[in-house]
Write a protein that binds this ligand. Structure first.
Ligand SMILES: Nc1ncnc2c1ncn2[C@@H]1O[C@H](COP(=O)(O)OP(=O)(O)OP(=O)(O)O)[C@@H](O)[C@H]1O
Ligand SMILES: [Mg+2]
Length: 255
């Protein structure tokens, strides 16, 4: 059997007395698309941050293609092939949109050698084109709407050529029409292929979302966090019909 892409073992993170992530373990196969759901405050964003080195776990292990990520810095982790988008988007607002994406292309993983400034610019442009905002490339990031900021996040993340892409609420704050477009982009990216000069092998993904109907159409499997603990795991159908999951979302007596 192929080596798992990601193996998370007994990861813990507390903030003061609050156990935000409590002894979480799971694994992912190559190319898998995993949904990560749970009520507000369940620890989803914290878990993603632990995977990318933004936060350091109190204990536990995160292995990506056999390599321990705990203890590495963000830069190093991006260069191994893990990229993420943020729930709270904070672009460099005064910089042109394209410059926000060029920053990601500066990873040695992405730009390679040679005439790299031109390459970086081309690649950033392809990522913006993929995300559907290339026509605004030279405007300042501060002009972007909520939906377009989400697109910028995706462009920024895919520009580093990730093998594992972590998306934190890619549909958050989007209208139904924008959500459909974003879902289409995510599916297209996962299929892989050539988009201009941007070549995607179709990364594995972990997608955090509250919009379950849309999420279920994209993911192979879902894991559920509740109060920092892994509550359930299974196919989308199994998970949404799991009584414990329904109770966690709706409270006792909910239908
Ligand atoms: N930097 C921090 N300092 C202190 N507490 C934090 C910090 N980050 C998160 N928390 C707390 O940890 C818990 C988990 O938060 P987290 O943001 O991971 O939840 P979430 O599942 O992403 O929620 P949402 O669906 O609302 O985005 C919450 O109680 C939150 O208040
Ligand atoms: Mg969150």
């Amino acid at each position: 059997m192929a080596e798992p892409l990601l193996v998370v073992e007994s990861v813990n993170k507390s903030f003061g007395g609050l156990k935000a992530v409590n002894d979480v373990s799971f694994r992912m196969e190559q190319k898998e698309v995993l949904g990560l759901i749970g009520p507000n405050g369940a620890g989803k964003t914290t878990l993603l941050r632990l995977l990318t080195g933004i936060l350091k776990p109190d204990s536990g292990s995160v292995k990506f293609k056999g390599k321990e990520l705990v203890g590495r810095n963000i830069w190093n982790i991006v260069n191994l092939g893990v990229a993420c988008t943020f729930q709270n988007m904070r672009p460099f607002r005064r910089l042109p949109i394209i410059a926000n994406v060029m920053v990601s292309c500066l990873s040695p993983r992405s730009h390679g050698k040679g005439e790299w400034v031109k390459k970086v610019e081309n690649k950033a442009m392809d990522a913006l084109e993929f995300a559907g905002i290339s026509d605004m490339a030279l405007e300042k990031a501060s002009v972007l709407s909520q939906g377009d900021l989400k697109r910028l996040e995706v462009a920024r993340a895919i520009a580093s050529d990730p093998e594992l892409l972590l998306l934190d609420e890619p549909f958050g704050g989007l209208s139904p029409a924008e959500t459909d477009l974003m879902a289409k982009s995510i599916r297209r990216l996962h299929k892989g292929g050539r988009f201009g000069r941007l070549h995607s092998e179709g990364p594995a993904m972990i997608i955090v979302e509250h919009k379950l109907q849309q999420l279920m159409k994209i993911v192979d499997r879902i894991i559920v966090l509740n109060f920092g603990t892994l509550l359930a795991e299974g196919t989308p159908d199994e998970v949404v019909n799991n009584p414990q999951v329904i109770e966690a979302y709706l409270g006792k007596g909910g239908d």
